[in-house]
Design a protein around this ligand. Structure first.
Ligand SMILES: [Zn+2]
Length: 347
């Protein structure tokens, strides 16, 4: 029987992320108890992050100078990114994805929802890259890749001719369905909603009615704000309409989108969401974690859950001066503050 391990600190507990002094006990990759204490060390224990939208494949095009608009850069099949993916040797693509997943794990991220280009061969590359790592992707394939992945990821309904057939086949096979929608305008959102998706990405220009529908039908939205600003599809905190989404009760997740433009680091994304959109810190933290519950049911610190969390030592650091631990956590903590990363137990 595997040895029992304990972690004491200020624990972000349950779905509400209430902060309580507690001892987390784990054994064989599971949390067996969360015991409340009267006092605990100044160490934050946070559920692992889940990056709700990535394209790990384009790591190999990191920080390529931006020339042109969304279509010229990332729209299939002839955007610059797709030309790079098709001409890069397989081993280099795999090495790029592997290093991105390693970087994510080191930053407290135990999983991601990745849109994987290149059909079934593309999905196989990502599986090879992820083997044995602490950050595991939920893969959304395309061009046949969906048949060997966990889901189907549609770039935008306007870029795909046979969406209807692909979605119904994927649904019959029990796959997740996700769409990029509303990234440059609202015209592709209704069509995406008509397929009853499990996830919409962006909704940067979605209308109130479309957002209301997402809220009513419980369809989560993966926000990727740094990507939206980098690719020039927004120039103001009105897009994506995060305030409206919150007021309407939409379920919000956080993603970093293309690795070629934005580092897959949710600490940076949380800080940006807070600064630019003024989202309350507890909601920001929730958006960085909640995808894990949606796709893999792993990201809550509670008895019976898989042990997926990380510890940030604040007791003798600059961070101990905090007057609002949630705000300090999302604005000031970064990967180098993580003293213990419990992502790999139980794999
Ligand atoms: Zn994307």
């Amino acid at each position: 029987m595997a040895e029992e391990r304990t972690f004491e600190g200020q624990v972000f507990c349950g779905d509400d992320l209430d902060l309580r002094p507690a001892r987390v006990v784990i054994q064989e990759g599971r949390i067996t108890a969360v015991e409340e204490l009267r006092r605990a060390p100044l160490r934050w224990i946070c559920p692992a992050f889940f990056n709700a939208h990535t394209h790990l494949g384009d790591t190999v095009a990191m920080d390529l100078p931006l020339t042109g608009d969304l279509v010229a850069l990332v729209t299939p099949p002839h955007g610059l990114k797709h030309r790079i993916l098709s001409t890069t040797p397989r081993q280099e693509l795999v090495a790029g994805m592997k290093s991105a997943l390693t970087y994510m794990a080191e930053a407290g991220t135990a999983g991601c929802a990745d849109f994987r280009e290149g059909g079934a061969a593309g999905v196989a590359m990502l599986r090879e890259a992820a083997a044995g790592l602490a950050c595991q992707p939920v893969i959304f394939g395309r061009e046949g890749g969906e048949q060997v992945a966990e889901g189907l990821g549609i770039s935008s309904i306007r870029d795909v001719d046979d969406a209807e057939a692909r979605v119904s086949a994927a649904k019959r096979a029990g796959k997740w369905i996700a769409f990029h929608a509303g990234e440059r305008d609202a015209h592709d959102v209704d069509n995406a909603l008509s397929f009853d998706p499990d996830l919409l990405i962006h909704c940067t220009h979605a209308t109130d009615r479309q957002l209301q529908e997402c809220a009513d039908r419980g369809i989560p939205i993966a926000l990727c704000p740094r990507s939206n600003w980098t690719l020039g599809v927004t120039k103001s905190p009105s897009h994506p309409p995060v305030d409206k989404m919150r007021a309407l009760g939409c379920s919000l997740l956080l993603g970093t989108d293309n690795v070629m433009f934005v580092p897959p680091d949710l600490f940076g994304e949380m800080s940006f969401l807070s600064t630019v959109y003024g989202v309350p810190p507890r909601e920001v933290l929730h958006a960085a974690i909640a995808g894990g519950n949606h796709f893999t049911r792993t990201s809550v610190i509670a008895p019976g859950s898989p042990a997926r969390f990380f510890c940030v030592k604040s007791g003798d650091s600059f961070l101990r001066f905090t007057r609002d631990p949630w705000m300090t956590f999302i604005k000031r903590v970064n990967r180098s503050d993580i003293e213990e990363n419990v992502l790999s137990y139980g794999r």
